[in-house]
Ligand binder design. Structure first.
Ligand SMILES: [Zn+2]
Length: 215
């Protein structure tokens, strides 16, 4: 394994923004889940990319340029608040990722979602299209509330879409394999040519453009 692609971090002292307590926090530059199999769970359980204060119990996401790698599933996800010089340098340092699924995410929830989609061996492009299809059916709910986010989630063999509304709060919609496959078939022609560029952000906006440009 390329040495530069091994998991590495620096330890930094941070001050809790709420109570001022100081704490040492690991900042991961690279996370390689093939090298450290347990680390994926750590991310999903918010033990990484997260700040937790033992004193005042503040828990908040920590987003900084970092690359998540899975060489078995051929995944390279760049996490960064925005694509900035530091993230460009980091990618250059790690070298070529040909054959990898390369994605950009700007927050920890989207990173976790990409990991979970890959765990279920699903296509993230199709999942974003599935969200658009659900949105079309939720016209009534959308009229008197604001949709903040939709995220893929699963438990065992059951798949869900977690829907975050401003007023109604969080809802959980079951997602069947049939509906996933139906969407995949429905958009088969556009999916064939809609290949995201390297470290492109594949989200609902991306899928929306795809649907809009098709009709
Ligand atoms: Zn605190």
């Amino acid at each position: 394994m390329n040495e530069k692609r091994l998991t590495r971090w620096t330890e930094e002292e941070m001050t809790c923004p709420r109570c001022g307590q100081r704490k040492k926090v690991r900042r991961f530059r690279v996370i390689n889940s093939s090298e450290k199999p347990g680390i994926k769970e750590e991310i999903l359980k918010n033990r990484i990319y997260f700040f937790e204060c033992e004193n005042c119990r503040l828990a908040a996401p920590l987003t900084y340029p970092s690359v998540y790698l899975d060489s078995k599933k051929k995944l390279a996800f760049l996490l960064s608040p925005e694509i900035e010089e530091e993230s460009h340098e980091l990618l250059k340092e790690l070298g070529d990722f040909s054959g990898y699924k390369k994605r950009f995410v700007d927050n920890i929830n989207d990173l976790k979602e990409k990991i979970m989609i890959a765990e279920n061996r699903l296509d993230d492009r199709v999942i974003e299209l599935v969200k658009i299809e659900y949105l079309r059916q939720m016209e009534k709910e959308l009229k008197d509330d604001t949709l903040m986010n939709i995220l893929f989630d699963y438990s065992g063999a059951d798949m869900y879409l977690m829907v975050f509304f401003e007023k109604k709060g969080i809802g959980r919609i079951p997602l069947s394999h049939e509906f996933y496959r139906h969407t995949e078939t429905q958009y088969a022609d556009v999916l064939r040519t809609a290949v995201p560029s390297d470290f492109e952000k594949v989200d609902m906006e991306w899928a929306g453009n795809l649907v809009f440009n098709r009709s």
